[in-house]
Structures are given as structure tokens and as C-alpha cells.
Ligand binder design. Structure first.
Ligand code: ACO
Length: 428
């Protein structure tokens, strides 16, 4: 029997259907509420609002569970590859060997970008943050593939756009870094894996080929898997809302990259290392910074701590912490900033302020550390996150389109002035 909840308001009873998900999560369906009662709901930051029904990713923040299409993140991180996970997220099933071979070949063969993109890249000053450059280069793909502008065109067309997005993002990402350091760009090499190819485009020089260590390529692949989707977070919701206006995939992903950039979202991994460096420069007094984070008159927060959804632990953080330890040992990295990170983690995990608010290190706390150990420059950290998140954005965009979701358009409670008469400028 279908369940309902009752809302008593203004002497009337309104029945609200309960929607139950496959993991028994219940939601009040308020889609008819305004029409029937005149009420809307108010939920700043969408803390209790489900914006869609989705079959892609499940997470339970209380118990620290994360699954892509029903497969646990622990198992995927251990056994699969990033392209396999991308296929799973986008098409709903793990690929057969021949499906994976075709998918990999298609992506590999589309990794070159149009030479004219170089002219756009050349226009950016070297100070440009790679996330801004990446977001605009992804948007500019609409100019090179104008048929992508109409996502209603044909499924083959949409398919081609999806493959191009996956194929070209590593190239554009590496080129945004080359622009930053004013080095000549490096072209993709088809014999390398997705992650190894990205690393060689980042670090090869005309004078020297960068030999990609298998340890590094594997660690990058794992990091990309851990970031591949995370249900309706800030950037993914942005991708869905932009796509809901029937904007192209490239425009939607470009907006997702912009949303990811902020320090409260994907930008936290960069902010973590900057914070650790600040603590080191200040003499390394971790307790002082923990006290600052607890002080309500100080805007300082411990970057890499806390999460909107995970209130026990972030399962990605557990996997990445182990990966970070393995990589640091294997590459024999000694770095005082990493020592500060370990101390900060210890102090914060024992502190009542953090314990009582369920503030644990999140995925970005450790991802910053591992990227640094792998030699990725700090302002590329969030770009790495974007590379990983791309298949999730694509899967969510595709699902939103296939479910024929309406345009995203929230309501508001107006709190401004009521009717006022215009006052001529000389009388103000
Ligand atoms: N340092 C100090 N205090 C914190 C922190 C922190 N990192 N995070 C939350 N708090 C405190 C808040 O001050 C608040 O305290 P109060 O109840 O006394 O007012 C309480 O914990 C709840 O915090 P909110 O901001 O209400 O929690 P919200 O769910 O809105 O924010 C967020 C979550 C944005 C992740 C927050 O914890 C934060 O800013 N963390 C640092 C940035 C970060 O690491 N972001 C990455 C998130 S993971 C990702 O996007 C992949």
C-alpha cells in the first residue's frame, strides 16, 4: 500500500505521498503542494531536498556507505579501472571485455583537440587558474562541435559528444597546466592508458619524455575512481540544472567545473595544502590553528574536515588514506607538510568540538596530500577532481535527459520591500 504523510494547515488536511527508494529512503513528494495549499517549502542549501530520483549512486552518510550502480566503492577502487567505472556509471552495467575494448578505443582515438584550441589557450595569461581555463575550454568545444549544441538531435550525436568529452578532458586539463607554467603543450599518446597519458601530457618536455611510473599511474586511476560520482552534490546539481534547460553537455560540464572550483567543494583539496603550508610557515603550531577553527569570531575553518552528508566517516577518505600511505612509502617521500597533516588529523580527531559536530577528514584532506606526493602542482588538484568527476556528471546529465526532467527552477520566499513609488534622482 502506498504511504502518505498528512500536513495540517489552515484547517485543512493535505495528503503528501511518500516516495521510497530502493535502499528504503523515504521522501515526501511535495510536487503538488503549492497548487493545493499555496505553500512552498524552504530549505536553505537544499539540506533536506531531493531534486530527483536517480539510479546512479547511493550514499549513506550516517553509515559511511558509497556505491556506484550498486557496487561498493571499496570493491571498485580495488578491482576496476577508471574507464571501466566510467562505463558503469554512464551505461548502468559493468562492461564486457569487448564493450570495454571498444569504449577504450573510442576514447583513445578522440583525445586530440582541434589545433585552433591552442590559439584560445595562448590568449590566457600564465597566472590564469587552470580551473577557469578548463571550464572555458570545455565550453568552447561547442564551437568546434556545433551539432553538440542540440542534445535532442540523435542518440548517436549525444554518444559522440559523451566520448569526446571523456577523451578530450585530460588533454585540455594538461594543456591548462602547460599554459600555467609556459611550457609547450604535449600531445596525447595513444599507446598509454588514460591516467598514464594524462601524466605524460602534464610532465613531458620537448627535451625529455616523462616515463610514467606504474605506481603513479595506478594511484591516479584509483583517485579518479574515488571521485567519479557522488550523487547530488553542488557541481552535479549544477550540471543537472544547466542541462535541464536543454543546454549542451559541454556547457553543462563547463558549469559543473565552475561549481567544483570553490574551496567549500572541490577546491578544498588545494585549500588543504595551502592551509598546511600556512601552518608550517607560522612555525608548525597545529593547536593554534585548531583553536582558530573553533573560534566563532574567526572565519578560519579546517579545510578538508567536515562533510554535508558523511557524519560518521567518508569511505573515500579511508581508501585514499591507505593509498596515500602506500604511495608515500613506495616513492620514499619525506615532506614536513605531510607531518603537519598527520598531527592535525590526530589533534582534531580527539577534540570535542570536532567530535561533537561529526567533523572528520574528508576525501579532500588526503587527496591533496597524495597529489602533492605524486608531483601534481597545487593549483591542479581541483582539476584532478574534475577529471575524476566527469563520468559522474555525464551519467547524471544523461539520466536527467532520459527521465525527461523539467527545467530546474526553485521558488523563494521574498523578503524585500513592498510596492514603492519611483523617486526622481534629485529627490533621493
Ligand atoms: N572547521 C571548523 N568548523 C567546522 C568545519 C571545519 N572544517 N566544518 C563545519 N564546521 C562547524 C560549523 O562552524 C558548524 O558549527 P556550529 O554548529 O557551532 O555552528 C558545524 O560545524 C556545522 O557546519 P556547517 O557549515 O553547517 O555544515 P555544512 O554541512 O553546511 O558544511 C562543509 C559542510 C561545507 C563541507 C563544511 O564542513 C566545510 O566548510 N568544510 C571545510 C571545506 C571542505 O573540506 N570542503 C570539502 C567538502 S568534500 C567535497 O566537496 C568533496
Amino acid at each position: 500500500m502506498s504511504k502518505t504523510a498528512e500536513l495540517h494547515y489552515n484547517g485543512k488536511i493535505f495528503k503528501l505521498p511518500i516516495v521510497t527508494g530502493s535502499e528504503n529512503e523515504n521522501a515526501l513528494d511535495i510536487s503538488k503542494l503549492r497548487g493545493e495549499s499555496g505553500l512552498i517549502t524552504l530549505d536553505r542549501g537544499f539540506k533536506n531536498t531531493g531534486s530527483c530520483e536517480s539510479a546512479i549512486t547511493f550514499l549513506n552518510g550516517e553509515e559511511g556507505v558509497l556505491k556506484y550502480r550498486g557496487y561498493s566503492i571499496e570493491e571498485l577502487a580495488e578491482k576496476s579501472t577508471f574507464l571501466e567505472v566510467s562505463f558503469l556509471l554512464i551505461y548502468g552495467e559493468l562492461p564486457t571485455q569487448s564493450e570495454l575494448d571498444t569504449f577504450t578505443k573510442d576514447i583513445t582515438e578522440h583525445s586530440l583537440v582541434h589545433e585552433d584550441v591552442r590559439a584560445i589557450l595562448d590568449g590566457y595569461p600564465s597566472k590564469a587558474h587552470p580551473m577557469g581555463v578548463l571550464s572555458s575550454l570545455v565550453s568552447s568545444l561547442t564551437a568546434f562541435y556545433p551539432r553538440s549544441l542540440d542534445p535532442n538531435r540523435s542518440s548517436e550525436q549525444v554518444e559522440g559528444t559523451i566520448i569526446r568529452a571523456l577523451a578530450k578532458l585530460p588533454t585540455l586539463a594538461a594543456w591548462s597546466y602547460k599554459n600555467r607554467v609556459r611550457q609547450p603543450i604535449v600531445y596525447p599518446k595513444n599507446h598509454l592508458s588514460y591516467s598514464a597519458n594524462f601524466m605524460q601530457m602534464m610532465f613531458s618536455l620537448p627535451t625529455t619524455d616523462y616515463k610514467v611510473s606504474p605506481v603513479i599511474a595506478k594511484a591516479i586511476d584509483k583517485l579518479l575512481i574515488l571521485h567519479a560520482d557522488h550523487e547530488q552534490n553542488c557541481s552535479t546539481s549544477t550540471v543537472r540544472v544547466v542541462g535541464s534547460s536543454h543546454a549542451s553537455l559541454y556547457a553543462s560540464v563547463s558549469a559543473g567545473i565552475a561549481a567544483l572550483w570553490g574551496p567549500l567543494h572541490g577546491g578544498a583539496n588545494q585549500a588543504v595544502i595551502e592551509m598546511l603550508e600556512e601552518i608550517k610557515l607560522d612555525g608548525g603550531d597545529v593547536d593554534k590553528f585548531v583553536a582558530k577553527a573553533k573560534d566563532k569570531n574567526d572565519s578560519f575553518r579546517l579545510m578538508g574536515f567536515g562533510h554535508r552528508v558523511y557524519k560518521s566517516f567518508d569511505p573515500r577518505a579511508t581508501i585514499i588514506k591507505k593509498a596515500a600511505d602506500d604511495v608515500l612509502t613506495e616513492l620514499n617521500v619525506v615532506d614536513p607538510v605531510l607531518e603537519i597533516a598527520k598531527k592535525l588529523e590526530r589533534v582534531a580527531l580527539e577534540d570535542d568540538y570536532f567530535k561533537s559536530r561529526n567533523l572528520y577528514p574528508n576525501v579532500d584532506f588526503y587527496s591533496g596530500i597524495i597529489y602533492r606526493a605524486l608531483g601534481i602542482p597545487t593549483d591542479m588538484f581541483t582539476v584532478m577532481f574534475a577529471l575524476g568527476r566527469l563520468p559522474g556528471w555525464i551519467a547524471q546529465w544523461k539520466e536527467m535527459r532520459e527521465n525527461h526532467e523539467p527545467i530546474g527552477r526553485p521558488r523563494q520566499v521574498y523578503t524585500g520591500e513592498n510596492a514603492r513609488s519611483y523617486v526622481d534622482i534629485e529627490n533621493r
